[in-house]
Design a protein around this ligand. Sequence first.
Ligand code: PMV
Length: 290
Amino acid sequence: MNPARGVGHGKLILLGEHAVVHGQPAIALTLREGVRVRVRAREPGAPASETEELRGAVAAATAALGLDEERAFEVSVEGELPVAVGLGSSAALAVGLVRAIAAHEGRRLDRETTARLANEVEKIFHGTPSGIDATAASQEGLIWFEAGRPPRWERLDVVVPALVVALSGARHHTGETVGGLSERAGRHPEVYRPIFAAIGELVRAGRTALEQRDWPLLGEIMTMDHALLRGCGVSTPALDRLVEDARDAGALGAKLTGGGGGGAIVALPADSPETLVANLRERGWTAFVA
Ligand code: PMV
């Protein structure tokens, strides 16, 4: 029998990561790059070849779909999304898995249900996901997202500017940066709450800048967001250098994207994204047009 298939997309957080976990809005963009999952029933007694982490994700997806936990699936995963750099590879995998297992069972899921179930799977990768990754991984385009039960999101009907992604060279672990920041914020809410609120204001101003196609202002807002994230302790010296290099190489603004602590930045080119990519590569960074 042919395997059942499912696809999940990567995402790029344009503004608002981390503060989104603490009740603020965020803006994210679905990437073309993603993860393709193939699933078939495992023969009884056949050994599992998947990694432990993937087996855990399959078990979580099986449970999220309400299937008997004894059900065993053989799973293969492929894709072009860099892993553990803040581009939502775990959520893309979660969405791909939920879709593929649902297809295997002859079920069709709408996007909301897909995102909700995939977010349950995401919890095994990082404890308290806001839901933004799973939502972006199951949608298309630019989305405005607010965490909650249920989360509230809407598609933003704006022109998406050309963006450049550059990698710091270090992998990150979202659970650690999110957990560390939540712990610091819990200890001193009087210090962190106003910063999260300020990031929320930047996200709102960023939405207006997007709607008005005010790219210089959007760039300023991105760089400001990075400064606040840095203050929150989720940046690294390499990410800070990369942000400076991007601005020096002609970006209107730049910031870390995703969980931080390694991973990637997103930069808004002043003119040609290819020129910015070339300039960053000349400085030794891995960069590409998103
Ligand atoms: O690092 P990523 O791609 O998993 O991005 C996570 C975004 C955070 O805001 C840091 C966490 C979350 O769940 O919203």
